[in-house]
Design a protein around this ligand. Structure first.
Ligand code: PA5
Length: 458
């Protein structure tokens, strides 16, 4: 971290700074015996060539490609005018209820929090994420918000996910009762598969404005499609900056050598820690409240993409490290004891922010100065940085592998880079394990079973 800067966040141009990614302490030289030896990485060179070539082959072809999620910075710009026009209409509302779950919610939620778009501003509605089934939350929305001033974005790629649909039905009924059917339709936007599913039928039948989820982009990889871009544009997030950041990271990951391709390096390291060192818990610990929900987004991406059997059968070896989220400094006072002294099965990713726009000086009276002489002239970020460095040092001295991702500043470009970095690393990791990063067979089973139970089955 560096001292406070009064500059506003960098505008997302090609010269916007890249994330600083420090992986030194994942290696034996940086952390000791439990780190990865450089020779172990070098021995995988043919594998790196294979997985990198697969990513290139399967991302070519834009939205029709199997890994369409890795080139959205190239394919989405042509849809931006439609997304921006819808967002512009939404600015007339005070509140926007975003109904969706998992990949249809976590990405927008994370960026909304990270960029402080929930702070009041001119012509900026507030987003309310209706994700989990929470009768109190729904009730409070209906009691405390005005239907005239509320818009709804309902998002489901499959178009029939039960948690999403029941919340949509309840909110739609409320809008219709307050405004009448025709007016209620002007308050709704549906984001779903372009051709199929219940929501698509509703859009056609009731003439509700809809935007497509590209069919080849899976839920947890869809934050850079209308799924994330529409709600974020509605609150004024720089969605072109997000895409520019994603493009910058993709360009940075163009080589087949993990030394110069950070997504491939991360995938390779997590894969090796799992398969060679029994390190099966990967902890993401931002030292920044705004990045807390980014951890939730990463957790779903990593867990649903990699938590599988390598040959697909029950008795095949499992893949994937368990993603766990923590928050600095709070979890120093909560989980750190276990991290340091319990099972040695963990790898850590710290996240920090270099330039905070807000960074107050710590005010000290002469009495305070006597008690806390080391706080003289310090700002809040100085304390945060000291806490982060202390934790990373004790973790390193205890021999636990760890890495740090430092965002130059908290802006759309940096978030776009992070999103691409993790999506790309997840796909590479899946290819190293030999599994499909895009499916989630166990989740699908659960969805079907819930419907059977509601239908009276057992
Ligand atoms: O990544 C995924 O595919 C899932 O987590 C989905 O995002 C989640 O189940 C919601 O699905 P849908 O958008 O189809 O309602």
């Amino acid at each position: 971290m560096v001292p406070h800067s009064k500059n506003s966040p960098a505008s997302p141009t090609s010269s916007s700074p890249l994330l600083h990614i420090d992986t030194t302490r994942l290696y034996r030289e940086g952390v000791g015996a439990e780190g990865i030896d450089k020779t172990e990485i070098e021995a995988l060179a043919p594998e790196f060539r294979r997985v990198h070539q697969t990513v290139i082959d399967k991302s070519a072809g834009g939205l029709n490609a199997e890994f369409a999620c890795l080139s959205l910075h190239d394919s989405m710009p042509e849809s931006l005018p439609q997304i921006e026009a819808a967002a512009e209409q939404m600015r007339h509302f005070e509140d926007v209820a975003v109904i969706g779950i998992g990949g249809s919610s976590l990405g927008a939620k994370a960026v909304y929090q990270a960029l402080g778009a929930d702070e009041p501003g001119p012509r900026r509605p507030r987003l309310h994420f209706l994700e989990n089934l929470d009768p109190r939350h729904l009730d409070s929305l209906r009691r405390n918000r005005s239907a005239e001033k509320t818009a709804v974005i309902c998002i489901s790629k499959a178009g029939g996910t039960i948690e999403t649909i029941v919340q949509y039905l309840i909110v739609r009924e409320w809008l219709e009762q307050q405004l009448g059917k025709n007016e209620a339709r002007q308050h709704q936007w549906l984001i779903t598969d372009p051709a199929q599913g219940w929501l698509r039928e509703v859009a056609r039948r009731d003439g509700i404005t809809s935007l497509p989820v590209p069919p080849r982009v899976g839920g947890r990889y869809s934050v850079l499609t209308a799924v994330g871009l529409l709600p974020l544009a509605a609150v004024g997030v720089d969605i072109r900056g997000l895409l520019a950041g994603s493009a910058a990271n993709a360009a940075r990951c163009a080589a087949e050598n993990p030394r110069t391709n950070p997504a491939l390096e991360m995938a390779a390291m997590f894969y090796l820690f799992d398969t060679r060192k029994n390190k099966r818990v990967s902890i993401m610990m931002p030292y920044a409240d705004p990045l807390q929900l980014f951890g939730d987004w990463y957790r779903q991406l990593w867990a649903e993409s990699l938590g599988k059997r390598r040959g697909g059968r029950r008795d095949d070896p499992p893949a994937g490290t368990l993603p766990v989220t923590a928050l600095g400094t709070v979890d120093q006072h909560s989980q750190l004891q276990m991290y340091l002294e319990s099972r040695r099965d963990k790898i850590f990713t710290f996240m920090t922010i270099d330039h905070w726009r807000q960074n107050p000086l710590i005010p000290l009276s002469s009495d305070d100065r006597k008690s806390f002489p080391y706080l003289e002239g310090k700002r809040l970020q100085d304390v945060l940085e000291a806490e982060f460095r202390a934790t990373s040092q004790v973790i390193t001295e205890a021999g636990h592998p760890n890495m740090t991702l430092c965002l130059p500043t908290l802006d759309a470009h940096a978030l776009g880079q992070l999103i691409d970095l993790y999506q790309r690393a997840t796909v590479y990791a899946a290819l190293l394990y030999g599994i499909n990063p895009l499916d989630q067979p166990a989740v699908e089973k659960g969805k079907k079973l819930a419907i059977q139970l509601l239908s009276g089955g057992r």
